[in-house]
Design a protein around this ligand. Structure first.
Ligand code: ZN
Length: 148
């Protein structure tokens, strides 16, 4: 099986059986995201332990790419600090948007499966919606910390 087949299987699997699907109640942080170009809608709930993402869930409805991307993201960011999240987000953003990216998809583990999306510019927003939504949720945390 070559890498392309493997990546396709990862996307299909995470779309059919999304991980961490649902809602944390109560949740420390929450944000909703909407991609009007495709109709994808996601909600992300997060519980923090200090500056670490202790738990995360997502729900909503959307295309296969948006759901698989959110599922992969929740697995990748659980246990990460805000700084680690920011660094991972930057690398995924580059992987999704830059054709000449020097980032090796394999170095991102399963998230590398999203590398095929950059061949389809209309789908980039589907794949990045969950990341922007989580970023928005975490931004509230940063604001809360800075005003204390
Ligand atoms: Zn979509």
């Amino acid at each position: 099986m070559d890498l392309k087949d493997l990546y396709r299987d990862v996307i299909v699997d995470h779309n059919k059986n999304p991980r961490n699907f649902g809602r944390l109640e109560p949740a420390d942080l929450h944000a909703d995201g909407h991609n009007p170009l495709c109709g994808d809608q996601l909600s992300v709930t997060v519980n923090m332990a200090g500056d670490r993402i202790a738990d995360i869930r997502f729900d909503g409805s959307g295309c296969a790419i948006s759901v698989a991307s959110a599922s992969l993201m929740t697995e990748a960011v659980r246990g990460k600090t805000l700084t680690e999240f920011a660094s991972l987000h930057a690398r995924v953003h580059e992987l999704l948007t830059q054709h000449d990216s020097s980032i090796d998809p394999v170095s991102l583990g399963k998230l590398g499966a999203l590398s095929g999306v950059r061949e389809f510019p209309a789908r980039v927003k589907c794949a990045s919606l969950c990341w922007h939504t989580l970023q928005a949720a975490l931004q509230h945390e940063t604001n809360a910390i800075s005003t204390e």
